[in-house]
Design a protein around this ligand. Structure first.
Ligand code: APR
Length: 232
């Protein structure tokens, strides 16, 4: 049991005050996905989309990592094997909590992408409509976040990790968005033990061999402590 692959979602950052998408007070209760998280929405109203991500970027900048982020960083440091963290989150709380080499499959609020030439650079705290690209000067800057209908990042690398996983854990994700929701089955096919750590059962809870329910700041440190205590 020496390679651990972990998938996280908005639930791991909920107790840091960043909220989630599909809980009652979530982002998708206040914004229409098609308006703020699709290329078509951006083309239709770039000001609305830039404002949506500027607000989220500011919230993330003010947020602190919680005990769950810190526990996963501790697992990476103290586990006698690989611990790969794949996140659907675009905040940087895993990194602020000490995690290394986090794979942000849905991009990051910290990144800017040029819709014209593909150049990437650190995003300004507030991105303006028609912000010029520093490489090609086109007024085509956008958040480097993967929108619905776009290809998530690092997929080949992620599937390679899942194929080698001995243990797969999904933390704080509702299992409603693919391809992430399918990772548990990919890992299970490779013989990995699978565990869901979540506040409520996800849409794919039946695919997990083990489930642990409760707030991430309690159940993730408990789970990490058990894993580390069980090492030879
Ligand atoms: N501790 C643990 N889990 C929690 C907590 C908490 N304190 N609070 C909420 N959760 C759980 C909820 O029960 C839910 O299952 O976190 C999950 C959040 O689900 P979503 O809001 O759907 O977020 P996520 O699964 O990350 O969404 C995936 O959808 O909108 C897109 O790109 C966006 O990356 C996002 C993707």
């Amino acid at each position: 049991m020496n390679k651990i692959v972990i998938l996280t979602g908005a639930g791991i950052s909920a107790e840091s005050g960043l909220g989630t998408f599909r809980d009652a007070d979530g982002l998708w209760a206040r914004h229409r996905i098609e308006d703020v998280a699709t290329p078509e929405g951006f083309a239709r109203n770039p000001g609305l989309v830039q404002g949506f991500y500027n607000e989220r970027r500011a919230n993330a900048a003010d947020a602190a990592p919680n005990a769950a982020h810190q526990a996963l960083a501790r697992l990476q440091q103290d586990w006698q094997g690989d611990v790969i963290i794949v996140t659907q989150n675009v905040d940087d709380l895993h990194e602020k909590g000490g995690a290394q080499d986090v794979l942000h499959m849905h991009g990051t609020l910290a990144g800017a992408l040029c819709g014209n030439c593909g150049h990437r650079w650190p995003s300004p705290a507030t991105m303006q409509v028609d912000e010029p690209c520093p490489a090609c000067q086109a007024p085509a800057a956008r958040p480097d976040v993967v929108w619905f209908g776009e290809m998530p990042y690092f997929m080949e690398e992620i599937y390679d990790h899942l194929a080698e996983a001995d243990l797969f854990a999904a933390i704080g994700t509702s299992g409603q968005v693919y391809p992430a929701a399918n990772f548990v089955q990919e890992a299970a096919i490779s013989g990995a033990h699978t565990v869901e750590l979540n506040l409520d059962p996800s849409a794919v809870v039946s695919n997990f061999a083990e489930t642990r329910f409760g707030p991430a700041t309690r159940i993730v440190p408990e789970w990490v402590d058990e894993l580390l205590k069980g090492q030879p």
